[in-house]
Design a protein around this ligand. Structure first.
Ligand code: GLV
Ligand code: MN
Ligand code: MN
Length: 412
């Protein structure tokens, strides 16, 4: 659906575009689109075309983010940055990330159709990696923009053994140019991200949108336990050093620690055993741990408890353990002045204002290093996300886009 001069925001176009991006998937019949993949290239090209149609100058940056800029009346002024991510988890929904990028483009397209320039530039970024699926480390696109990208990560390998540096080169990008896309504080007035809630609170309260107060911090570990592989038929139970049974005990310990506080969550999301045969005692097991909380001290204490539980299990079962700290991020607080401005935008559209924290991670966590951030959540059906069942209504897409537009127009 093209823009017509003076046309209104279109929730239909937003949803149509989410559907259109969902076609770019490595999984037929589902949605999986990882960083620097051919599907990411196709989705990025579509987003760049939509940005240009909405009156922006648009290009891929050195890490594969789709970046569009809508100048102020005078070119070169600092920008209000909007955006979210274009990569997905495996077997994902169509809205996690993409909705925020497309809704922001819709708002700029609206301003452009009215020939309206603001006293600041607007940049919309579709970040190339937030989920971290391919290289096991998250927020790559937004960390590059925030200047906190760790160049050592270029040597991280994907499951096929390809380094990130090689994947960037194959995508046509120069890894050494990444530091040059870092923004200066003075270039960015604030970062605002619209995102589906990914939880059940707004639906339970009958509200289309909510204003985020803070994004919970996370810690991620990779744990390897080593015992002794052996014959499943011949080694008596008392003489085994089964790494997988040890890992299973550790997974239950993660669950126990996470259940010890109502605001804590802990997940063992990957679990592998080697050599992985029906008649072989697993000699090695690897699993991941993801711990999140709204207070850093609570999360840090839980991680210490989990480490100590893993060491106890390993000692009792005579296993060697290795615990790698993959990534951790502290709580990112949304700026009170932006929260209040977003709340006024919500109220201006006739909705009750509801503040809520974000349990999920977002690109705003990275942008928080250089600018103040805020987020608007849009209700999703059943609170379901990271699943093909993710869904939003046309009315809620409309509500989210209208609130975001009001926020942008009222920003000064
Ligand atoms: C990102 O979606 C995360 O919170 O893991
Ligand atoms: Mn996600
Ligand atoms: Mn997301």
């Amino acid at each position: 659906m093209p823009y017509i001069i003076g046309r209104m925001l279109s929730a239909e176009r937003i949803l149509e575009r989410c559907e259109s991006l969902a076609q770019h998937s490595e999984l037929p019949g589902g949605l999986t689109r990882v960083f620097l993949s051919p599907q990411a290239r196709a989705a990025g090209d579509k987003v760049l075309a939509w940005m240009r149609e909405a009156g922006m100058q648009a290009k891929l940056d050195a890490i594969g983010n789709a970046v569009g800029r809508y100048e102020a009346a005078r070119p070169g002024l600092p920008c209000l940055m909007l955006g979210s991510h274009l990569d997905t988890v495996r077997d994902a929904g169509k809205y996690d990330g993409m909705l925020g990028v497309i809704a922001a483009i819709e708002c700029v397209g609206f301003l452009n159709s009215k020939n309206k320039r603001l006293p600041f530039a607007i940049e919309v970024i579709g970040f190339g990696d937030e989920e971290g699926v391919r290289f096991g480390t998250t927020l790559l696109g937004s960390r590059a923009v925030a200047g906190t990208f760790d160049m050592d990560v270029l040597e991280a390998k994907d499951p096929q053994g390809k380094t990130m540096a090689d994947a960037l080169r194959e995508f046509g990008l120069d890894p050494q140019a990444i530091p040059r896309i870092a923004r200066k504080r003075s270039d960015v007035l604030a970062y605002a991200e619209l995102h589906i809630e990914q939880g059940p609170v707004l639906e339970a309260e009958g509200l289309p949108v909510g204003v985020v107060t803070a994004i919970n911090g996370f810690s991620r570990l990779r744990v390897t336990l080593r015992g002794a592989a052996g014959h499943a038929g011949t080694v008596p139970m008392s003489l085994r050093r089964d790494a997988l049974a040890g890992a299973a005990e550790c997974a239950l310990a993660v669950e126990r620690v996470a259940r010890s506080h109502p605001e804590l969550v802990g997940t063992v999301g990957r679990f592998e055993a080697r050599p992985g045969a029906i008649n072989v005692i697993p000699g090695e097991a690897t699993f991941t741990v993801d711990v999140r909380a709204p207070q850093d001290s609570l999360r840090e204490h839980a991680v210490a408890q989990i480490r100590s539980e893993i060491e106890n299990v390993s000692r009792n079962r005579q296993l060697a353990s290795e615990i790698e700290s993959l990534q951790h991020f502290g709580v990112t607080t949304c700026a009170p002045r932006l929260i209040e401005r977003m709340e006024r935008a919500v109220a201006s559209q006739g909705f009750r204002v509801r503040r809520l924290p974000s349990g999920a991670g977002h690109d705003g966590m990275a942008l928080g290093a250089i600018t103040e951030i805020c987020m608007l959540f849009v209700r999703c059906k059943g609170g379901i996300s990271h699943s093909p069942l993710e869904s939003i209504t046309r009315e809620d897409a409309d509500a989210g886009a209208k609130v975001l537009l009001e926020f942008i127009q009222s920003y000064s």
